[in-house]
Design a protein around this ligand. Structure first.
Ligand SMILES: [Zn+2]
Length: 450
């Protein structure tokens, strides 16, 4: 095997939820398919020869001083057509926000020129934030979602893209919905085929079956999409148990929780990602763990739309797969680094409490807050596991999706004093302070995308 790229330097990753691995002075060997062929430690005599060879071939990338390699960030929940709305319109509850702001905006993406302009900017912006894998809700119309996929391929972002399906005239406006269940299913099927036909053997962009959420979909549509998931083996994404209103709506209509209903429709699989899931109970968690379905934890938007905190510790301990989502534009930051900090903070509020008028022992649930290692894991390996994709770790066999974090750059909060920070402390600083200004080179599948 001739390496296509050798990156020489130090890095961090979290191969397991509770385990940080410091990869000091390693050679990361990337093969011609963009996979990590080996991680060679400094004590291994092959390292020096390999570095010399790579240098002569012009494929050596030596990390600068004060720089560390980390796995690319995984964002499990982005609404691509809400990108123009980032940072505004957060003054209404979910059911009002959808009708007042969001459906009218998403309807504008029927215009392919508008879609092309917004999606090109979105993909470039998220890559620059270190998001090497993004799971996108598109809009209802088929063609603009292919334009989004084209932007991902052009800029080299690994992505999962779904044509949103929503057909219920009782909850979806006439100007923005599928004509009926049969049309929504046929358009979803055609979208999957067209996206697959755009790429070869090892596709960077995958199609996702995307019922918006149960309240926007008729039973016929959910049934048909479940059948399509079985037929095609595609990923599935939807919203579940996000707010009191949403969870209550499903209970009133179907007499059960979102998870149970989705399972009955064949939509709860090991390739399913449920956004939010704040109000899932122990039975839902057990069902999700059994099916291998995952949660996209979106702490920022939950503060606006859920009035509740997702019990991340309970879900993880019940065996549910969990990763992070920005939920653009329900969340106001495009950065998963921000997302992981919100996950850290909200888990502290849930466990330790919030209302100062209560005695300390009655203030929180008592469950342990997330640690820095766990939050980083959620943003990388946890998200990758939720998608069953070989990314999120700097290890042999994984795709080389990675970014360089640089300390002490002007304008960045990440400051490093070599004599004062042990490697584990530096990792903690990266988790809590690395920002957009600290992000250097980025690779996806071994291709330098920034
Ligand atoms: Zn959402």
């Amino acid at each position: 095997m001739q390496p296509a790229l050798v990156v020489l330097g130090s890095g961090f990753h979290t191969p397991a939820r509770d385990r940080l691995e410091v990869l000091a002075d390693c050679a990361f060997i990337v093969d011609g398919t963009g996979r990590i062929a080996d991680v060679i430690r400094p004590e291994d005599p092959r390292q020096q020869a390999l570095a010399a060879w790579a240098e002569a071939q012009g494929v050596l990338h030596r990390l600068p001083a004060d720089a560390w390699l980390i796995p690319g960030l995984v964002d499990l929940h982005v609404h691509a057509p809400q990108w123009p709305q980032l940072g505004k319109a957060l003054d209404a509850p979910l059911e009002v926000w959808l009708q007042k702001y969001t459906f009218p905006l998403e309807a504008r993406f029927a215009d392919p020129d508008f879609a092309a302009e917004v999606y090109d900017d979105l993909v470039r912006s998220l890559l620059a934030q270190g998001t090497t894998t993004a799971m996108y809700f598109g809009s209802v119309h088929k063609r603009p979602n292919l334009i989004l996929a084209e932007a991902c391929l052009r800029h080299g972002q690994r992505a999962l893209v779904g044509k949103v399906a929503m057909d219920d005239p009782a909850t979806c406006p006439a100007f923005y919905r599928d004509a009926d269940a049969a049309t929504a299913i046929a358009e979803t099927r055609a979208f999957i085929a067209e996206l697959r036909a755009m790429q070869g053997e090892d596709p960077l962009v995958l199609p996702v079956i995307t019922p918006r959420f149960i309240p926007s979909c008729t039973d016929d549509l959910l049934e048909g999409l479940g059948q399509l998931a079985r037929e095609t083996g595609c990923h599935v994404q939807t919203h579940a148990s996000e707010s009191d209103w949403a969870a209550g709506y499903v209970r009133d209509r179907l007499g059960c929780s979102d998870c149970t209903a989705l399972d009955r429709f064949g939509l709860l699989t090991d390739r399913t990602v449920l956004a939010h899931a704040n109000f899932i109970d122990g039975n839902d968690m057990a069902l999700m763990a059994q099916r291998g379905a995952a949660v996209a934890h979106c702490p920022m938007s939950n503060a606006y739309f859920a009035n509740a905190i997702f019990p991340v510790r309970r879900a993880l301990e019940a065996g549910v797969e969990v990763g992070l989502g920005t939920d653009i534009s329900g969340g106001f930051s495009p950065s998963i680094l921000d997302g992981l900090r919100h996950a850290l903070m909200t888990s502290r509020h849930l466990g330790r409490g919030a209302d100062p008028t209560l005695p300390p022992e009655a203030r929180g649930t008592g469950e342990a807050p997330l640690t820095a290692v766990e939050a980083f894991w959620l943003a990388t390996a946890g998200g990758a596991d939720a998608l069953s994709l070989p990314v999120g770790r700097l290890a042999e066999g994984q795709c080389f999706d990675a970014l360089v974090i640089r300390a002490n750059l002007p304008g960045s909060g990440l400051r490093h004093f070599p004599g004062a920070d042990r490697p584990e402390e530096l990792f903690e600083k990266i988790v809590l302070t690395a920002d957009r200004a600290a992000i250097g080179d980025i690779w996806v599948q071994g291709r330098k995308v920034r």
